[in-house]
Design a protein around this ligand. Structure first.
Ligand SMILES: Nc1ncnc2c1ncn2[C@@H]1O[C@H](COP(=O)(O)OP(=O)(O)OP(=O)(O)O)[C@@H](O)[C@H]1O
Length: 453
């Protein structure tokens, strides 16, 4: 459109436009002013005071529900209006990163507009931005490092939302700077909580636990991302149950790498592809028999016992099993694993799969896994493949984790009862601690110090 004036619209017009775009932010002060005029300042002050006191009481009394329902909204509001995403500070950020160009004809600076900010977790903000006409997400991607510095962040990811709109995923700080100690091995099987197995720490400084009973786990991560910790950590947590025959391991180790040491504590172990298929066939056979036996006994709920233990099919390198090898083997495995995925829950047959590349081609049965963990991956598309659509947008920047042993074991899971990703770090299990586990299980005695009596 031809421009006949380089004057900006009047302030009042811009204020109305802003109010239309930000109804909550404009509406609340207006409502307060209206209430003060209508009912007087004292009742309005009392209403504001009691709302604040109510929120404070909720914050103190029930951290769980407050952090889940109220904190993300309050944090989003605070970050939207009192941080570098607003006003002159945002203009300075985009100017410093050369993302606020002058208009070609009028020379007036065009600042990309922040549409909204979502702070679903304490460490990650998702900032939706309308780009200046003519800009592309690729230009913003090129400026990711500059944006990281300008926003004083740890990392910034860029994601296209729709034409002209992108999201900046801003990780504001690194939650994990230290290695987390290997899970302690309990002495009594009764003390193991299969509904919350300790795996490491979460970004809030609490324990990161996941349910195992009735679940199937998928762990995705590039080479060196720390998948080993998520194979050995759970086994350490399960140590007394493995020792007492309440948990049986069926281990597939096609590359004879990570899980070779598990051979001595496994009920079945295979590395050759044909042998792997035999182990899975026997696993499914056992599943069927357990199904029949539970039906005969009229039991509907599975509880591990020596007669009907919890059977774990631990599979390293799912890609080698399901797609890179022999077609007939891969096809049969896919079929058998689908049975485990759909029927194993009721009979105590669970799968733990580890994969480097989580694409549909590599893991065609991806959707059968109920607990999914995404460690460092190599492509921006991988976090969504593991955790579900939109996970990266909501903060799962697993592709931005540096390829550095100092950040190994860090990844994302979805928080229970929500679709929000949570940054976690797996507890690290070194070779000595693996040896300790093997000797604990095979000799029934503790081989080291980390045994809790
Ligand atoms: N949880 C962790 N905490 C800290 N450091 C870790 C952790 N897990 C692994 N590391 C470090 O990262 C290195 C690589 O880990 P690991 O061998 O488990 O990766 P991987 O994902 O299994 O790789 P590959 O697929 O090649 O087997 C380890 O030798 C260790 O130094």
């Amino acid at each position: 459109m031809k421009s006949y004036s380089n004057r900006k619209p009047g302030g009042e017009v811009r204020a109305i436009k802003w109010a239309v775009r930000n109804p909550v932010e404009a509406g609340v002060p207006l409502a307060l002013a209206g209430s003060a005029l209508q009912f007087g300042p004292t009742p309005t002050g009392v209403a504001v005071g009691s709302t604040t006191a109510g929120l404070l009481a909720w914050y103190r009394a029930h951290p769980d529900s407050f952090d889940r329902f109220a904190a993300p909204h309050l944090r989003s509001l605070r970050r939207r209006w009192f941080s570098r995403y607003s006003g002159s500070r945002w203009r300075d950020v985009t100017t410093a990163c050369e993302l606020a160009p002058a208009h070609r004809k009028t020379g007036v600076q065009q600042v990309p507009r922040v549409i909204k900010v979502r702070s679903s977790s304490a460490t990650v903000d998702t900032v939706y931005v309308r780009m200046v006409p003519g800009q592309t997400p690729a230009q913003w991607q090129d400026k990711a490092d500059a944006l990281t510095v300008a926003l004083n962040a740890e990392r910034v990811g860029v994601e296209r939302i729709k034409p002209q709109v992108l999201a900046l995923i801003v990780q504001r700080r690194e939650s994990f700077t230290e290695v987390i100690e290997a899970p302690a091995m309990l002495w009594d099987s009764d003390a193991v909580d299969l509904s919350a197995l300790f795996l490491g720490e979460n970004e809030f400084g609490g324990d990161w636990c996941e349910p195992l009973i009735g679940q199937h786990w998928l762990v995705a991560g590039a080479t060196g991302s720390g998948k080993g910790s998520l194979a050995w950590g759970p086994l350490r947590s399960l140590a007394p149950m493995i020792r007492d025959g309440l948990v049986r391991l069926h281990t597939l180790d096609p590359k004879r790498m990570e899980l070779t040491k598990a051979e001595g504590i496994s009920h079945a172990y295979a590395s050759d592809l044909d042998d792997c298929v035999s182990v899975v066939r026997a696993f499914v056979e056992d599943l069927r028999e357990t199904e029949e036996s539970l039906a005969e006994q009229g039991k509907r709920k599975f509880t591990p016992s020596v007669e009907t233990p919890l059977n774990l099919l631990v599979m390293d390198e799912l890609g080698a099993l399901l797609s890179f090898g022999d077609y007939a083997v891969a096809k049969e495995l896919r079929k058998l694993l689908s049975i485990v995925g759909t029927q194993g829950r009721a009979t105590g047959h669970s799968m733990l799969g580890y994969v480097q590349e989580p694409t549909k081609d590599t893991v065609p049965i991806r959707d059968l896994f109920t607990v999914r963990i995404c460690l460092r991956v190599t492509t921006a598309g991988h976090p969504d493949m593991v955790l579900g659509d939109g996970a990266r947008l909501r903060g799962a920047l697993a592709d931005e984790i540096p390829n550095d042993p100092a950040t190994a074991g860090i990844g994302y899971v979805l928080r229970p009862k929500s679709r929000l990703p949570m940054r976690v770090r797996a507890a690290y299990v070194d070779d000595a601690e693996i040896g300790e586990l093997i000797s604990f299980v095979t000799t029934g005695r503790a081989g080291g110090l980390k045994v809790v009596a």
